[in-house]
Ligand binder design. Structure first.
Ligand SMILES: CC(C)(COP(=O)(O)OP(=O)(O)OC[C@H]1O[C@@H](n2cnc3c(N)ncnc32)[C@H](O)[C@@H]1OP(=O)(O)O)[C@@H](O)C(=O)NCCC(=O)NCCS
Length: 145
């Protein structure tokens, strides 16, 4: 039986293991500390358990009143396809809606749009996710010289 807990104490080493498999986080000396801060600094995080073993997680950044951004939803490979991923997302969405926040967005990993669409997310026509990169800025200013 899969269960989701919101903002409860969690085993950070286990989340790091799951996230490292996705290459989102690298194992390093302070990785656990940084990941723990990222979770604690998030508006909310959800951990998925199977028989009390942490098998998935996800988090959401938000101002708590208007907008929310879901990040880093992952389920360990052995537990995929059993509804756990959906449980994590639904718990985060329910939590944000309970706070009155219903503008909830995310950047879907390549190949995962079907997963999100099943839960009511759709791509925003004409909008594109963008990421700040200092290097691109530096190159642009060099071209001006
Ligand atoms: C995406 C992910 C979290 C889904 O977790 P999961 O536990 O396997 O998902 P669920 O079992 O809850 O699947 C729910 C539904 O989505 C579908 N689904 C799952 N992964 C999918 C994918 N990558 N693309 C399309 N549909 C997908 C399932 O078939 C299932 O459909 P059903 O309800 O009709 O049977 C998991 O595959 C994962 O950890 N992937 C790697 C990390 C990642 O890409 N995360 C997304 C970040 S944007």
């Amino acid at each position: 039986m899969y269960k989701v807990r919101i903002n409860a104490d969690f085993n950070v080493a286990r989340v790091l293991e799951i996230y490292s498999a996705e290459k989102w986080w690298k194992s390093s000396k302070n990785a656990k500390e940084v990941l723990s801060k990222a979770f604690k600094g998030s508006y909310a995080y959800a951990c998925l358990y199977y028989d009390n073993r942490l098998v998935g997680a996800g988090r959401v950044s938000s101002d708590g009143i208007s907008d929310a951004y879901i990040h880093e939803v992952a389920v360990s490979k052995a537990h995929r396809g059993r509804g756990g991923g959906k449980k994590i997302v639904k718990a985060l969405v329910r939590h944000m809606k309970s706070k009155g926040v219903d503008w909830i967005v995310l950047i879907a990993q390549p190949g995962t749009t079907g997963f999100w669409e099943d839960m009511g997310f759709s791509s925003m026509k004409g909008h594109a996710p963008m990421r700040y990169k200092q290097k691109a800025r530096d190159n642009r200013s060099k071209r001006k010289i």
